[in-house]
Design a protein around this ligand. Sequence first.
Ligand code: 3SL
Length: 246
Amino acid sequence: MEIFVYYTPESTPDNGYPDCVVAIDVLRATSTIITALHNGAQSVKAYGDMDLLTQESELLPPNVRLRLGERGGKKVDFCDLGNSPLDCTPEVVAGKHIFMSTTNGTRTLQKAKGASVVLVGAIINFQAVVDYLQKHQPHKVWLVASGWEGGYSLEDAVCAGAIASSFFSLDNPHNGKAKVGNDEVIAAISLYQQWQHRLLDLFKLSSHGQRLLNLGLEEDLKYCAQKNITRILPIQTETGIVVYHD
Ligand code: 3SL
């Protein structure tokens, strides 16, 4: 297995796909997807385009669908939910098909669509991602951070580092359980090693963490900073649609 880290979907190579992509948007899209499926949602479908989301969601009756939309951290007016994982309670999401569009995270899922397997990772489930990779040993793996509008984000980078840390030790990274694909892998592991016991503090320092704090969403940061509170591993079954995989 060869593991690569990309800090934005835009920085992934455009000449083909790997065997497995792990899409990461810790604050908050992938944390929300994982939570919704943990709490009984049937599926989550990601859209870049709000109009398409509206059209396709209308094909299902209102009692089995939920529209989830976020722009700039805020709920999109006509949607049922914003992008807070804390709103995805069992009472709200169980049995529902979720149609979702967010600023960055859903773009990562769209971008990953050509890979044979697309997994959804966050701090709240990273051990489930590691266990899947260890069991299935895909040949080439991309850990793709969503970042923010084309730029680097600390919270996604540290999550990539949490996953990669299970495969490499910084003492001798080129002699690990997998092959180091690019320098970003080492940088992500270094970040995780520095902050692994203070993830919430790191999130509060991050630019998107600051944005969410300014919107009064500290509880979301606290929730998303918890390590491995679920074993749920969403996996893409067709372009943009993710369901629970064990
Ligand atoms: O960019 C995204 O996809 C979102 O996760 C951003 S937010 O946390 O909902 O503001």
